[in-house]
Design a binder for this molecule. Structure first.
Ligand code: SF4
Length: 357
């Protein structure tokens, strides 16, 4: 396919800019699809600075796909602890096992097969196939949406189905046939470092003579999003129950935030409870029915944890109990000194740091 001159000019300029300005990142110089996949999944909802140490630690522990597949999901989650969006880690583990069972442990090279793996959507498949195999699939992430909407002055909302199709076509049209991997890296890096969400340096931009948003003074208005994400609030009262140096945990098995991570017994309410409300709460009473003495020692200050669609307010209530009971048998009893062996949410981690001080 012969590219139109303007697209060729844009692609060449993006690649030139990238070659002169790119950040020196460990996954930039590899063609191993496994490592590229890991880096892309880590970077999906994580900043490069934070993601780097996780990537290095993850690759050190699981240097090959086989080692990842053979590990337990609990261990993979433990290595993911603190990164959030834990479905990414669960899917990595699941997909590694898919590759072992379906492709004999060899990462597939066909775009269609890559797309069949757990947790891999259009973006990740395009990234893996273009970076590892130089196949012509264009990536579209948040940075690409911003750069394209501005360069071409597109006002279609990027979160509408029409917008998604329009931007996917445009990204594909613009893609360099000779260097698809470098082009993809270049447009994302340009969005991440130069064509910033607010006040980009348009005056010195190498693309300002073809940028429609710059010409039409629309830079600050693009890209357009139609829907505001609805954010719900949740209130978690965690019970840190202590008896003879041990405490109780449960695994979050439901399809909900932090699936398969561990946590203290939880009472979820519509606001954080004070001590007098707690002791009359039905869930609380059912937990401690058979216990002679329950002392509430202290309650942390409310903690706020922001997830993509939810804000979680939490408090940790430390309790000492005089004896164990049948009801508590449904939890995992563990020495307090061994709590750091469990994969937990960042909220739990913050509390554990407080009690270890
Ligand atoms: S001129 Fe400004 S808005 Fe247009 S591509 Fe360059 S930095 Fe982005």
């Amino acid at each position: 396919m012969i590219k139109n001159k303007s697209n060729l000019f844009i692609s060449n300029n993006l690649i030139n800019w990238y070659n002169a300005n790119k950040r020196d990142l460990p996954w930039r110089y590899i063609t191993d699809p496994y490592k590229i996949w890991i880096s892309e999944i880590i970077l999906q909802q994580t900043r490069v600075n934070q993601g780097m140490s996780y990537y290095l630690r993850f690759i050190e522990r699981f240097p090959t796909l086989i080692e990842l597949a053979e590990a337990s999901e609990d261990e993979v989650l433990k290595y993911w602890q603190g990164l959030g969006y834990y479905s990414r880690a669960r899917n990595l583990h699941k997909a590694a096992n898919q590759v072992v069972s379906t492709y004999g442990g060899v990462f597939p090279t066909s775009h269609t097969d890559v797309l069949k793996l757990a947790g891999i959507g259009d973006y990740t498949a395009a990234a893996i196939c273009s970076f590892a195999y130089a196949q012509p699939y264009a990536v579209v992430d948040g940075n690409v949406y911003r750069v394209l909407s501005r360069l071409f002055g597109i006002e279609t909302p990027i979160d509408s189905s029409t917008g998604k199709k329009e931007f996917a076509h445009l990204a594909q049209d613009l893609l360099s046939i000779d260097e698809p991997g470098t082009h993809n890296q270049a447009i994302m890096e340009f969005g991440a470092l130069y064509c910033l969400p607010s006040s980009p340096d348009c005056i010195n931009c190498p693309l300002n003579n073809v940028c429609k948003a710059y010409k039409l003074n629309l830079v600050s208005q693009l890209p357009i999003k139609s829907q505001k994400t609805k954010v719900t609030q949740r209130f978690f009262n965690y019970l840190f129950i202590e008896i003879n140096g041990t405490t109780f945990l449960q695994k979050r098995t439901a399809k909900d935030v932090w699936q398969n991570l561990y946590e203290f017994p939880l009472i979820e309410t519509d606001h954080l409870l004070n001590s007098s409300e707690l002791i009359v709460n039905e869930d609380f009473k059912s937990l401690f029915n058979d216990i002679e003495e329950v002392n509430i020692l202290k309650t942390t200050n409310p903690m706020k944890h922001i997830l993509s669609h939810r804000v979680i307010f939490a408090q940790f209530i430390s309790l000492k109990i005089s004896n164990e009971s049948e009801v508590l048998n449904r939890f995992i009893k563990t020495p307090i000194s061994e709590l750091d062996q469990f994969a937990v949410s960042r909220l739990m981690e913050l509390f554990l740091e407080q009690i270890q001080e």
